[in-house]
Design a protein around this ligand. Sequence first.
Ligand SMILES: [Zn+2]
Ligand SMILES: [Zn+2]
Length: 233
Amino acid sequence: MKLYNTLTRTLEEVSPRDGTVGMYVCGVTVYDSSHIGHARTVIVFDVLRRYLMSKGYRVKFVQNFTDVDDKIINRAKAEGKTAEEISRKYIDAYFRDFAGLNVLAADVHPKATEHIKEMIDLIKGLVDKGHAYLTLNGVYFRVRSFPGYGKLSKKPVEELEAGARVEVDASKEDPMDFALWKFSSEPPFWDSPWGKGRPGWHIECSAMALKYLGNGFEIHGGGHDLVFPHHEN
Ligand SMILES: [Zn+2]
Ligand SMILES: [Zn+2]
């Protein structure tokens, strides 16, 4: 079987490193009920996983929950609840809905809030190597320090820059740079070597994928709208 690889824009054979196919599928941000678009993504990867298993592959399937995010915090404020109450409610709803659709549970369903240490360690490594720097608002990834940036989404630099201007922060070196850690003293926040705050969305999945599947796993899936900026970053 060949799968379309977004990175190379070609059909490629899946060649697992040791008979196990590692799959990471970006999960939902738990601030609301799942919708038909989530169902489509989850069912597509459930079918792929079952097909690989039927062919005799072992599959290690990891699907995260993004349970720290502005949308969750805003919803919590609007309803007079904590962010944790909101995310717990919609994680429960997620399992109910997808069990109803006969989707198998993942082998691991990591939650971002339970992997803050791994994220901080990853960010520290990036800072040490000169790929990240401190601003007034947090820690940012230095996009220009990574020559391969843009090769997944194949967007020209001008388009990447235009997209980045949505997030205005005068203390960034470059508008394209994105947050790895955002300072905040409003809950939920965690201590870090740089100051209290919470992680940026992109580093969350990097940390959880590395922890459960290691470097260079076989399949990273998600909705098409995640190609840029989430997977590029
Ligand atoms: Zn992803
Ligand atoms: Zn993700």
